[in-house]
Every structure is written in structure tokens, then in C-alpha cells.
Design a protein around this ligand. Structure first.
Ligand SMILES: Nc1ncnc2c1ncn2[C@@H]1O[C@H](COP(=O)(O)OP(=O)(O)OP(=O)(O)O)[C@@H](O)[C@H]1O
Ligand SMILES: [Mg+2]
Length: 279
């Protein structure tokens, strides 16, 4: 990617169902609404959730006539090669080609990874200027970041995903001569305070120091994050999207959460444009 200029944000966690696609969609739409040129790559060629989300958005634009900002969307298909090593190489090449192409036309590229450890997702991580890892507020989900002692609550060893990020950071240093700004964000936070939530709040800042990530408050558990899929909309679109929807406090809070995440990512030129997302 000679002369590259796009900032690549990878959304990754090999734990499934932790909110990666939801974060990817809201991040992409937030950046679009700030006037940036955005490319999206969906690496989950089986479910294609991000691709399906934006396909719904395009269909809604055509059907309703509303004007919604769109990214350049790439869904990478699986290689047809029989031999595993050849298939891996082909898929890497197609990701390289997609990134080279988007780099010429975009300010940001958002890459949504599948919820499993596959070679293509590993390769994508080596391009990450910023890596976002959403994590469900559960000690079970935390295990992929770090394994904890149940008595002292001390971190015994890095979890499988944190170990992988450590390896891929080394690889990126070798191949791209650059680091990864790794941001972990809690997902689907409940409004109520409970023992689990408190423990997560205590443990993550300690883990952060050892594993080398930053923390950002994430999205609360809200219906609005899951309701708008069929129209391809996000909470940042609802006011201008041609659907009847009463404004609620929860929508306003969700909007604030998306803006806060965008601010906490420290992405280039974003701080100057956050006011464009004011609801
Ligand atoms: N903040 C939230 N509030 C309510 N529901 C949410 C929230 N975030 C995600 N969800 C819902 O949780 C489910 C999993 O979310 P999502 O598909 O974004 O996760 P994922 O990490 O991309 O999953 P996969 O690993 O399968 O790709 C979906 O049904 C989604 O609508
Ligand atoms: Mg997903």
C-alpha cells in the first residue's frame, strides 16, 4: 500500500456476538456523517452482516428517496481453491487488493472481522492503525483477553485473543513499521449496577496496563441498536431517514454513546468535526 493515506480501523474479537458489526456500522455512519469518505470491508463472508446492513440501507434509499451517506462497501468472498495454503494466500491477496483500492478513495477504512480466529482476520489486524475490541460485560467473554485468579482476581496469563494481538503487533512492526492503537470497549452495558458490572469496571483498567490497550465506554444495551437493521439505519440517521419514530431519551443517550466512542478513538481530524453529529 505505497503512499497510503486512509486510516484503517479494524473491529476484532474472536469471541462471537460481542457487538463488532454494531460498532462497525455506527462508526462507519458516524464518519460518513462527519463528511469523511469511508470504505468498509466485511470479512465475514458467511454471514456478511455488515454487507447486509449496508445493502438494506441502499435498498431503503432507493425505496424511500431519502438521501443517506453511503460507504464504498466490499464483501470479500471465500477462495474457491481446494488447497488450504492456496486458499489462504488468495484471500490475503484479495484483502490487500481491496485495501489498496479503498486507500486511493477513502479517508477511513472500517474492517469488520468475523467472530472466530481465521487467517484472513489475522492478516487484517496487521493493517490496523486502530483496533477496536468490543467485549460483552461478562467474565466469560473477558477470558479471551485475560485469565483471572478467582480469589485474588489477578491476571494469571493473557487470553487467546490478547495473545494473538500481541503477536500481530509484532508482525505489524516488522511489516508496516507501525503500531496498533488498541481500544477495548464494553458492549451492551446494563443500566443496573450489579456485582459482575462492578468487577468488570475494576478489572479492565488493571488488565489494560499489562495487555496494552486503552479503554472506552461502550454502547448500553438498547433496543435502538438492534431495531434499525432492516432499513440499514443507525441512531445517527433516524431523524432524516423517512421513518416515523418518536424521539426518546434512550435514542439521545445512544447517540451520545456513539459520539463518545468516536471521540475516544482519537482518529485523525475527527475531533474537529464531532459537532456535525450534534442531534
Ligand atoms: N448495544 C446493544 N444493544 C442491544 N443489542 C445489541 C447491542 N450491540 C449488539 N446488539 C445485538 O447483539 C447481537 C450481536 O451483535 P453483533 O452482530 O453486532 O455482534 P458481532 O460481534 O458482530 O457478532 P459475530 O461475532 O457473529 O460477527 C445482535 O443481535 C445485535 O443486534
Ligand atoms: Mg459481526
Amino acid at each position: 500500500m505505497a503512499g497510503r493515506s486512509a486510516h484503517v480501523v479494524v473491529i476484532g474479537n474472536e469471541k462471537g456476538g460481542c457487538g463488532k458489526t454494531t460498532v462497525a456500522m455506527h462508526l462507519a455512519v458516524g464518519l460518513l456523517r462527519m463528511g469523511f469518505r469511508v470504505g468498509c470491508i466485511d470479512l465475514d463472508h458467511r454471514q456478511q452482516s455488515l454487507g447486509r446492513y449496508f445493502a438494506n440501507r441502499r435498498a431503503w434509499v432507493e425505496r424511500s428517496g431519502v438521501d443517506l451517506p453511503m460507504p464504498r462497501m466490499v464483501v470479500l468472498g471465500p477462495s474457491a481453491a481446494d488447497m488450504k495454503s492456496l486458499a489462504i494466500a488468495e484471500e490475503r491477496d484479495s484483502l490487500d487488493a481491496a485495501l489498496t483500492d479503498l486507500n486511493g478513495n477513502c479517508d477511513f477504512v472500517v474492517v469488520d472481522c468475523p467472530g472466530s480466529d481465521v487467517p484472513l482476520a489475522r492478516h487484517a489486524h496487521t493493517y490496523a492503525d486502530t483496533l477496536i475490541t468490543p467485549i460483552n460485560d461478562s467474565l466469560l467473554d473477558l477470558d479471551v483477553l485475560g485469565q483471572l485468579d478467582p480469589v485474588t482476581w489477578e491476571l494469571k496469563r493473557a487470553g487467546v485473543y490478547a495473545h494473538l494481538v500481541w503477536e500481530l503487533r509484532q508482525e505489524r512492526r516488522r511489516t508496516h513499521k507501525a503500531g496498533i492503537d488498541w481500544v477495548v470497549t464494553r458492549s451492551r452495558l446494563s443500566a443496573l449496577s450489579d456485582r459482575n458490572k462492578q468487577k468488570m469496571a475494576e478489572i479492565l483498567p488493571e488488565m489494560r496496563k499489562v495487555l496494552g490497550f486503552r479503554l472506552s465506554e461502550g454502547f448500553g444495551e438498547r433496543v435502538i441498536y438492534r431495531y434499525l437493521f432492516l432499513w440499514g439505519l443507525t441512531v445517527l440517521d433516524v431523524d432524516q431517514a423517512g421513518i416515523e419514530m418518536a424521539r426518546t431519551k434512550s435514542h439521545a443517550a445512544a447517540r451520545d454513546e456513539v459520539v463518545a466512542l468516536l471521540a475516544n478513538l482519537w482518529l485523525p481530524r475527527v475531533a474537529d468535526r464531532l459537532d456535525r453529529l450534534a442531534g
